[in-house]
Ligand binder design. Structure first.
Ligand SMILES: Nc1ncnc2c1ncn2[C@@H]1O[C@H](COP(=O)(O)OP(=O)(O)OP(=O)(O)O)[C@@H](O)[C@H]1O
Ligand SMILES: [Mg+2]
Length: 316
C-alpha cells in the first residue's frame, strides 16, 4: 500500500476544514452504520470477490470497515489472509452470535474480530466450515430470520463507535444465515446482488427477487436489490443478449459500473502467489478490474449513505 488509510482519512477531514479527530475522540455516531449485505441464489458469480474488494477499497479511502464472513466456505476470510486450512483454530464465527437470542451486547464480540489493516480500517469476523452447523440449528429456531438484526442491534453502540460501514458476504443459495442477513438489510432498504450476464444467472436473479418479495409478504420488510454486473465480456453473444434482458427487466436497480471479466480476480487467491495474494484493489490497484470495483465502492458510499463521523455526507 502506497499510503495508509489513516492518511486519507485525515486529508478528508482537513479538506472539510476540520482538524482530524484522534480515533478515541471521534464524534459519537449514535446509530448502526450502513450494512451492505451481498446476496445471490447462484454460486460462483463473484459475490466474495466484489464484497471483499469493495470493503478493501472503502478502507483505502479512509472509511472504517467491518467485514462479516457469513459463508461457511470462508472464501472472504481466506482472501483476507485468515488461514482456515489448519485443524486447530481460534475462529469465533458469526454463527456463535446468531445462535444467541439475547438482547444484551456480546462481551466476546471484540475477541471475534481480526484486524486486517492497521488502525481498525479493515476488520473481519472470519468464518470457517463449522458455520454450517448454525444453518442447521437456525432451521429449527422460531423467527430465525430476525437473528442477524438482533445481533446488529444489540451491539449497535460498539458498531457505531468503531465502524463507518459493515459489509457482509453470504453463502450462495437461500441459507438461514443468508436469509437472516437479508432481513437485517431492511435498514438499508436493499441487498447488494452480483450477477453474471448469462441465462442461469438471470433466472437466479428472478428467484432472488421472488425470495425478497416473499420476505415482504410475510414480514412487511421492504428489501430491494442493487445489482452489479460481473464478468462482462462484450465479444460473447449470450453476454450481449443477457445485458439487454438485464437493462429491460432490472434497469432501475443496476449499478452504473460493470465489472469486466478479468483474470486478476482469479489470481487473488492463487496458491502460487500466496505470499502476496489478497484483494485486487491492493495488489493490482491500477488494473481495469480494480478500477471498476473502486467505481462500485464510490457509488455504494453514496447510495448507502456511508459517512465519516463529524463530516458531511459526500466529502471525497
Ligand atoms: N470479474 C471477474 N473476472 C474473472 N474472474 C472472476 C471475476 N469475478 C470473480 N471471478 C472468479 O470467479 C470465481 C468465483 O468468484 P467468487 O468466489 O467471488 O464468487 P462467489 O459468488 O462468492 O462464489 P460462492 O457462491 O462460492 O460464494 C473465482 O475464481 C473468482 O476469482
Ligand atoms: Mg463467495
Amino acid at each position: 500500500m502506497r499510503y495508509r488509510p489513516s492518511d486519507v482519512r485525515a486529508a478528508k477531514y482537513r479538506a472539510a476544514g476540520i482538524e482530524p479527530p484522534a480515533i478515541d475522540q471521534l464524534p459519537l455516531r449514535t446509530k448502526l452504520p450502513p450494512v451492505i449485505v451481498t446476496r445471490m441464489t447462484k454460486g460462483g458469480v463473484g459475490k466474495t470477490s466484489i464484497s471483499v474488494n469493495v470493503a478493501a477499497a472503502m478502507a483505502m479511502m479512509g472509511y472504517r470497515v467491518l467485514m462479516i464472513d457469513a459463508d461457511p466456505q470462508a472464501s472472504a476470510s481466506n482472501l483476507l489472509g485468515i488461514e482456515t486450512a489448519i485443524y486447530e483454530t481460534d475462529i469465533l464465527h458469526i454463527g456463535h452470535f446468531l445462535k444467541k437470542p439475547s438482547n444484551a451486547p456480546d462481551e466476546d464480540l471484540p475477541g471475534a474480530i481480526k484486524h486486517i489493516y492497521e488502525g481498525g480500517f479493515l476488520d473481519l469476523i472470519p468464518a470457517d466450515i463449522t458455520l454450517a452447523e448454525t444453518d442447521a440449528s437456525l432451521v429449527a429456531v422460531l423467527s430465525s430470520h430476525t437473528r442477524a438484526e438482533l445481533f446488529l442491534n444489540r451491539n449497535s453502540t460498539f458498531f457505531a463507535q468503531h465502524y463507518d460501514v459493515i459489509v457482509v458476504d453470504t453463502a450462495p443459495g437461500t441459507t438461514p444465515v443468508g436469509l437472516a442477513f437479508s432481513f437485517a438489510a431492511k435498514q438499508s432498504g436493499k441487498v447488494l446482488t452480483v450477477v453474471e450476464p448469462e441465462g442461469s444467472c438471470l433466472r437466479a436473479l428472478d428467484s432472488l427477487a421472488s425470495n425478497l418479495a416473499e420476505i415482504k409478504a410475510i414480514t412487511g420488510a421492504n428489501i430491494g436489490m442493487e445489482v452489479v454486473i460481473n464478468k462482462y465480456h462484450p465479444s460473447l453473444k449470450h453476454v450481449r443478449e443477457s445485458m439487454g434482458f438485464l437493462y429491460s427487466k432490472y434497469g432501475s436497480m443496476l449499478n452504473d459500473s460493470i465489472i469486466p471479466q478479468f483474470s486478476g480476480f482469479a489470481r487473488q487467491l492463487s496458491a502460487a502467489a500466496k505470499e502476496d495474494a489478497g484483494p485486487l484493489v491492493e495488489f493490482e490497484s491500477i488494473s481495469i478490474g480494480a478500477a471498476a470495483v473502486i467505481d462500485v465502492a464510490k457509488s455504494l458510499i453514496h447510495s448507502y449513505g456511508i459517512t465519516m463521523p463529524g463530516l458531511p455526507a459526500g466529502v471525497e
